[in-house]
Design a protein around this ligand. Structure first.
Ligand code: AMP
Length: 194
C-alpha cells in the first residue's frame, strides 16, 4: 500500500507515519528528514537546501521529485511507502503521478490530517517556549517566525494540492485535533476500506 500523509507543519504527520511504519511495515519517506540528513552530511544537496529550509521556503520541485524517485527504487519500498511532506506543490503532485506511472506503481490513499491554524499557532508558540527555556531567547523567536512562515507557505502552495486528489476520489480526512491514538484509529479505518 502506498499512501500520502498530508497536513500542515505540526499536524502530526511524522508521528502517524512512524506508527504506520511499525504496524504495517510500510517505509516512511520524509523529504524533510532526507533534506536534514543531507544538510548534516554537508553534501552538495545539503548546501543548496540549507538556506531555503532555514527561511521556511520550499526546495526546487524537480530536485524533490528526483530525490523521491530514487528513494522509491530502493528495495525496502517494495512493500509500500508513506510519503510524509511530499508532494508539497501541484508540480510535485503531477511529477509523482508521472513517476509512479513509469514505475508501474500507484497511490492507494491520500490522508489529510486536519488541524486548525489557531491550534497550530499554539503548538508553534509552545515549541518556541520550550526552546527558549532550553537556552537562547532570541533564537526561539527566530524559530517561531520560521514556523509561521512555513504555515503561510503551506496555505499558499501546499493546500492547493488537496483538490488535485479530491477530484480523483483519493482524499480522506482525519481530525488532527483528536489524540494521537484517535487519529491513528481513524487512519486505520480509512486504510482498511482502501
Ligand atoms: P518538513 O520536515 O517536512 O516540515 O520539511 C522541512 C523543510 O524541508 C521544509 O520547510 C522545506 O524547506 C523542505 N522540504 C521538505 N519537503 C519538501 C518538499 N516536498 N518540497 C520542497 N521543500 C521541502
Amino acid at each position: 500500500m502506498n499512501i500520502i500523509l498530508f497536513g500542515p507543519p505540526g499536524a502530526g504527520k511524522g508521528t502517524q507515519a512512524q506508527l504506520l511504519q511499525d504496524r504495517h511495515g510500510l517505509v516512511q519517506l520524509s523529504t524533510g528528514d532526507m533534506l536534514r540528513a543531507a544538510v548534516a552530511a554537508g553534501s552538495e544537496l545539503g548546501r543548496q537546501a540549507k538556506s531555503i529550509m532555514d527561511a521556511g521556503n520550499l526546495v526546487d520541485d524537480d530536485l524533490m521529485i528526483a530525490i523521491i524517485s530514487d528513494r522509491i527504487d530502493q528495495p525496502d519500498c517494495a512493500n509500500g511507502f508513506i510519503l510524509d511532506g511530499f508532494p508539497r506543490t501541484i508540480p510535485q503532485a503531477e511529477g509523482l503521478d508521472r513517476m509512479l506511472g513509469e514505475k508501474n506503481l500507484k497511490l492507494d490513499r491520500v490522508v489529510e490530517i486536519e488541524v486548525d491554524d489557531q491550534a497550530l499557532f499554539a503548538r508553534i508558540e509552545g515549541r518556541a517556549q520550550e526552546t527558549a527555556s532550553a537556552g537562547g531567547g532570541q533564537r526561539a523567536d527566530d524559530n517561531a517566525e520560521t514556523l509561521k512562515k512555513r504555515l503561510a507557505v503551506y496555505h499558499a502552495q501546499t493546500a492547493p494540492v488537496l483538490p488535485y486528489y479530491e477530484t480523483r476520489g483519493m482524499l480522506r480526512k482525519v481530525d488532527g485535533m483528536a489524540s494521537i491514538e484517535e487519529v491513528s484509529r481513524q487512519i486505520e479505518t480509512i486504510l482498511q476500506a482502501a
